[in-house]
Write a protein that binds this ligand. Structure first.
Ligand code: NAP
Ligand code: MG
Length: 402
């Protein structure tokens, strides 16, 4: 069979533990036999991050800015236990946080639906994609315990020394107070990423906040979204036949629960923290969830939503069989290859990405799956396979489709 050619490389970011093992299997079984795979390789495995004082992570992010599309394996975010385990020089930041900061991007997560694994919410027929604004608000707050009587104030002092001041509360006894902020530039970038991704996916975009209560703070989010929509995206949305819809966060939650799904739901930072966990558990499994970082300038980084599956890796190291789900990692590759194909006008590559995803779905719907799915499926005759067997089963499906 003739291999599919690539014009431009993908930025490939290798990772850690069990997902690093899956990464190689996916390349060997599902990519290299079919594609003349061009990648610029960055090893984000923890050892190599330590060797390079984490410069490799920054270089990988810069490469995504250069080539436009990256695909990333799950990586360890070091904590004290990992520092000990890997004898690290220091506690590095999470690679995802480093890359997100350089690309100024927003993460979109979408469940992968297959027959036989039903979402808890029975009326959800299509996946709900969630986007979380990952900057500021309560995650960068400043808070204080109030011990006594006194006045808490919000003060802004300009560089020239002039001040504006608001009373927060006149305390008559002990309590608490909190200050937080966000930036117009960050909210604008978030809005652009959301509108751009909605167009990319041809899906409606929902955004919600609580501007009836927080008239200035949440009101600013609402206004910026509306302004970006009107000035930059309205025409494109109308041409694509999709809509932008703003509502209050409690109304959005109620509507999402009653909907069929299929929309992109943009959330403020805290809402996104809470509702992304709600959605992923309602749809079944983190291993059946895609994740893509989209920058306001239109750079894309694809990854799996789960971590490095440490417990399975230790079993693997001990020579025991593992049944680790590679679906999210396969979809990271297919997502990146499709985007590469779209950007380069390479239709063969786009078709291959579609065929690969379809082969994964057919494999599972045909009853061949890893242990995590065997536990939750409604299908009757299922075969539990190990990590490699699953990927090989997908390869069989893929070969017969191509
Ligand atoms: P995890 O790797 O997501 O795994 C947690 C548990 O979820 C696993 O033990 C497993 O349950 C189940 N699971 C997750 N993915 C699975 C898969 N593909 N197939 C089958 N089961 C799966 O989270 P963690 O163990 O808390 O974190 C491990 C490391 O990942 C940490 O060092 C963390 O820093 C890192 N992490 C990285 C990312 C990222 O790079 N995006 C995200 C999150 C965490 P059972 O053990 O019950 O089978
Ligand atoms: Mg959370």
């Amino acid at each position: 069979m003739k291999q599919i050619q690539m014009n431009m490389p993908l930025v490939e970011m290798d990772g850690d533990e069990m997902t690093r093992i899956l990464w190689q299997m996916i390349k060997d079984e599902l990519l290299l036999p079919f594609i003349d795979l061009k990648t610029e390789y960055y090893d984000l495995g923890l050892e190599h991050r330590d060797e390079t004082d984490d410069a490799v992570t920054t270089e990988a992010a810069e490469a995504i800015r250069k080539y436009g599309v990256g695909v990333k394996c799950a990586t360890i975010t070091p904590n004290l236990a990992r520092m000990e385990e890997y004898k690290l020089k220091k506690l590095y930041k999470s690679p995802n946080a480093t890359i997100r900061a350089i690309l100024d991007g927003t993460v979109f997560r979408t469940p992968i639906l297959v027959k036989g694994i039903r979402p808890c919410v029975s009326n959800w027929k299509k996946p709900v994609t969630i986007a979380r604004h990952a900057y500021g608000d309560v995650y960068k707050n400043t808070e204080m315990r109030i011990a006594d009587k006194g006045c808490a104030k919000l003060v802004f002092e300009k560089e020239d020394g002039t001040k504006s001041e608001e009373t927060i509360f006149q305390f008559e006894g002990p309590g608490i107070v909190q200050g937080m902020y966000n930036l117009d530039s960050s909210i604008t970038g978030f809005a652009r990423s959301c509108f751009a991704y909605a167009l990319d996916q041809k899906k409606d975009l929902w955004f919600a906040s609580k501007d009836t209560i927080s008239k200035i703070y949440d009101g600013q989010f609402k206004e910026i979204f509306q302004k970006v929509y009107d000035e930059e995206y309205r025409e494109q949305f109308e041409a694509a036949g999709i809509t932008y819809f703003y509502t209050l966060i409690d109304d959005a939650v109620a509507r999402i629960m009653k909907s069929e799904g299929g929309m992109i739901w943009a959330c403020k930072n805290y809402d996104g923290d809470v509702f992304s966990d709600m959605l992923s558990s309602a749809f079944g499994s983190l291993a059946m969830m895609t994740s893509v970082l989209v920058s306001p300038e239109g750079f894309y980084e694809y990854e799996a939503a789960h971590g490095t599956v440490q417990r399975h890796y230790y079993k693997h190291l001990a020579g025991e069989e593992t049944s680790t789900n590679s679906v999210a990692t396969i979809f990271a590759w297919s997502g990146a290859l499709r985007k590469r194909g779209e950007l380069d006008g390479n239709e063969d590559l786009c078709r291959f990405a579609d065929a690969l995803e379809a082969a994964v779905i057919r494999t599972i719907e045909g009853g061949t799956m890893t242990g995590d799915l065997v536990r939750i499926t409604e299908l009757k005759d299922v075969t539990k396979v190990n990590s490699l067997e699953f990927i090989q089963a997908v390869r069989k499906e893929l070969e017969s489709a191509l």
